[in-house]
Design a protein around this ligand. Structure first.
Ligand code: HPA
Ligand code: ZN
Length: 355
């Protein structure tokens, strides 16, 4: 494809309108302050922040843990199946507006089961939204259960046990929460069991943690995809391996800046990751907390990095489909749709999707 013939001014419109997949979104991180207040009122809960403005003002993070403290507190308003449905349905409609055609969505059951919410309540609400999204929005989505790495191996085995009666409602498992001091090896046996069960495996690694955590997620957890992974550039051998084995990274630029992984978007290494031949993708992580959904992640990153042009826009969207856990025929269909978009539709007037 001749990307050079497409003027750079068309980039924002292309980024917003092109079909894409989102592979790194924590559904609890899509809980907007408005919905937090609505659910708190409905469930007669008192929030530590009297107004929405004061809650939003608390979203000034210095690192991952300072974010997680507020994120877990926010998730405390979710009580009923309808609450989980409302959260996921809001995300799916928002994703549709960003021309997301497929989403692989993380959920953190331990955040809820620890508060006495049954696993069934969580997954039934999320699953109902996903089925409605498929029917009404034509958006394909699936769930990935994340283990909280600050909790024990025993706790992870316990939530896996809770989840097994619902095995057909989620496609895989991941590993999230505070990375430092909670290395992949802590969960090697749980992941081995999940692998036996035929679950797909991903893990957060190399966000705040070192490149070694990425290698260990690959070697000790058999992770098929790495969430964040931006610290891989510290280890040239690891980069060569990621390229050779085509291990995808789900990178989240706005998140990385909000959590001080990079000082600014212009200092982000996503362009270097792509140039090195890594299957990097762009994702939103926790959009309600980090100032943007998927299209804002794309447009802000491209605006900050002049090395990223139309070719990289195509590459990132294509990578998002290749890196997904959909079957090969489905992926090929999406990539044909993407090729079609770039071949015929890029010349349409740019409509940057409104927030
Ligand atoms: N990192 C680790 N755990 C998380 C994140 C993240 O960016 N978001 C939600 N849980
Ligand atoms: Zn994440």
């Amino acid at each position: 494809m001749n990307f050079d013939s497409i003027p750079r001014e068309e980039l924002p419109g292309i980024l917003c309108r092109m079909p894409k997949a989102e592979l790194h979104i924590h559904i609890e991180g899509s809980l907007e302050p408005e919905l937090i207040f609505e659910l708190a009122t409905r469930n007669r809960l008192r929030l530590p922040y009297p107004t929405m403005e004061e809650l939003r003002a608390a979203y000034a993070f210095t690192d991952l843990q300072s974010f997680l403290d507020i994120y877990y507190a926010g998730a405390g308003v979710l009580q009923t199946e309808d609450d989980f449905f409302a959260m996921a349905w809001a995300y799916l409609k928002r994703a549709k507006a960003d021309n997301v055609v497929h989403a692989e969505i993380f959920f953190d059951p331990q955040t809820h089961t620890a508060r006495g919410i049954p696993f069934a309540t969580v997954i039934n609400g999320l699953d109902r939204a996903i089925r409605r999204g498929r029917e009404e929005l034509g958006l394909s989505a699936s769930l990935i259960l994340c283990f909280l790495r600050h909790l024990s191996e025993k706790d992870a085995f316990a939530v896996l046990e809770d989840a097994l009666p619902f095995r057909d409602r989620f496609i895989g498992v991941g590993l999230d929460s505070g990375e430092r001091g909670n290395p992949p090896e802590k969960f090697a046996r749980v992941f081995a069991r999940c692998r036996q069960l035929g679950l797909r495996l991903v893990a957060h690694a190399g966000e705040e943690g070192s490149a070694e955590y990425i290698s260990h997620a690959l070697d000790l957890l058999q992770a098929e995809r790495i969430d964040h992974g931006v610290h891989c550039l510290d280890d040239p051998q690891l980069v060569a391996r990621l390229v050779q084995q085509q291990v995808p990274l789900t990178v989240c630029p706005l998140s990385n800046v909000k959590l001080c992984v990079f000082p600014s978007l212009s200092a982000h290494n996503i362009a270097k990751l792509l140039a090195a031949g890594i299957v990097a993708t762009i994702n939103s992580d926790d959009p309600a907390y980090f100032g943007g959904y998927l299209n804002e992640n794309y447009t802000a990153t491209f605006a900050a990095l002049p090395e990223l042009g139309v070719k990289e826009a195509y590459q990132l969207a294509r990578n998002s489909f290749r890196a997904s856990f959909a079957d090969e025929n489905t992926k090929e269909g999406w990539i044909r749709e993407l090729d079609e978009f770039f071949a015929h539709r890029h010349a349409q007037p740019s409509t940057v999707s409104a927030h």
